[in-house]
Design a protein around this ligand. Structure first.
Ligand SMILES: Cc1ncc(COP(=O)(O)O)c(C=O)c1O
Length: 409
């Protein structure tokens, strides 16, 4: 196990004490975004200050250097996921990766009457693109029923698959409850049914060792900023034959071989075929460094640390006798709860006044709160640098909220 206090020195946001509302900052919103270590910031800074040039656009040394930096980052991401280098498409994040699958793959292959299978626990980015595609193709969106504990189970997937199911898309780890979906088994079921499986990996890649070959998923989308990379970065993994069969979503410079006045155009091979326009070179360099940073700590170690924090937080919060927790048994480092009688956004506003950053509301998974039978929840989410002391601060705030909030009982 690594030393969390030592690790915190890698992060300027943690090393140089930040305050919020006059209190030391306690950041428990890591499922939303994460802090960046020096290694990521420094690599981007070197590119921005000393090595700026476009990539794939020139024949001079500086440009070649940018090309090599982008290629190195692609190799890092491919190694991270156990994918082929040409199976990694850089995107602006999970949302744009999922939209690329929607408009590049689903729009091309889905027909009226085909079924797209998702769950009620999905983030907006893994729901709304499929609604759009359904309305454009005549396909239908259907739902995997959640189990009593709100998990996606193999049995539930079996019951939801029909001969019409052509496409399945689920999160590996849910962003509200943090349950791990049985992706390997779902992939086998989807394939036996003739369907393609897309995985929303936004909440899994930062926390779980991901091997796309072992999972045998067809696509996997993720965002870099959820594991120490800059915002505006991410990637789509796609099996190479599927990427070859897909249409580009965006067209422009850097993705074509040649085009003619009559409108005919030929495209580069994947992944370049999907990377129209100037790349986010600095961001991609940061993404590559973040992958190496997180890998150097170890995904198993990060999972174990978060598991320990989760168990600690659940125990301490339940001991107050003041909260309902909606995911006490989930694997991920997320605790989703409400304080008795207090609306979640009021509680988060009170936490802000104590210097504690927690997400509240419906967390972009706006179908799940009906399943939970609550209008909204508070979400505390941990990462590799979160400490028990930060959880203690949250627990103390829960205990003393009645001094500030009328609704406490
Ligand atoms: C499960 C899940 N999917 C997709 C996304 C979208 O990620 P981004 O906004 O970085 O594109 C998020 C972000 O919170 C998420 O948690």
């Amino acid at each position: 196990m690594y030393d969390v206090y030592k690790i915190r020195n890698d992060f300027p946001m943690l090393r140089e004490p930040q305050t919020m509302q006059g209190h030391p900052l306690v950041f428990l919103d890591n499922a939303s975004t994460t802090f960046k270590p020096d290694r990521v910031l420094d690599a981007m800074d070197v590119y921005n200050r000393k090595e700026t040039a476009n990539s794939h656009r020139g024949d001079y040394d500086l440009c070649n250097k940018a090309d090599r930096a982008v290629a190195k980052a692609r190799e890092s991401v491919a190694r991270f996921l156990n994918a082929g280098v040409n199976e990694i498409v850089f995107t602006a994040g999970a949302t744009s990766a999922l939209n690329l699958v929607a408009y590049g793959y689903c729009l091309k292959v889905l027909k009226p009457g085909d079924e797209i299978l998702i769950s009620l626990a999905e983030h907006a980015s893994n729901v709304l693109p499929w609604f759009r595609i359904a309305s454009l193709t005549g396909a239908k969106v259907k739902y995997i029923p959640l189990s009593e504990g709100n998990r996606i189970t193999v049995e539930a997937v079996k019951t939801a698959l029909t001969p019409h199911t052509k496409f399945v898309s689920v999160a590996y780890v849910g962003n509200v409850l943090g349950y791990i979906a049985p992706i390997k088994e779902i992939a086998a079921l989807a394939h036996a049914n003739g369907a393609v499986l897309c995985v929303d990996g936004a909440q899994s890649t930062p926390h779980l060792k991901t091997d796309v070959k072992d999972l045998d998923c067809d696509f996997l989308a993720f965002s870099g900023h959820k594991f120490c990379a800059p915002t505006g970065t991410g990637a789509l993994y796609g099996k190479y034959d599927l990427l070859c069969a897909m249409d580009p979503f965006e067209t422009g410079g850097g993705m074509n071989v040649k085009f003619y006045p009559d409108g005919t155009a030929t495209y580069l091979l994947p992944p370049m075929k999907f990377e129209a326009g100037t790349l986010n070179v600095a961001g991609i360099i940061g993404l590559g460094e973040a992958v190496e940073y997180v890998s150097s700590i170890g995904l198993e170690e990060i999972s174990a640390h978060e598991h320990m924090l989760k168990a600690y937080a659940v125990e301490k919060l339940l001991a107050t006798g003041m909260v309902d927790i909606y995911n006490a048994d989930s694997e991920g480092g997320i605790v989703t709860f409400n304080v008795h009688g207090v609306f979640s956004q009021d509680f988060a506003t009170y936490l802000n006044a104590q210097g504690i950053a927690c997400r509240s509301g419906q967390h972009c998974a706006k179908m799940l709160n009906d399943v939970l039978c609550v209008p909204a929840t508070v979400r505390a989410s941990f990462y590799l640098y979160t400490t028990k002391e930060e959880i203690d601060a949250l627990v103390e705030a829960v205990k003393h909220g009645g001094n500030f909030l009328d609704a406490y009982f």
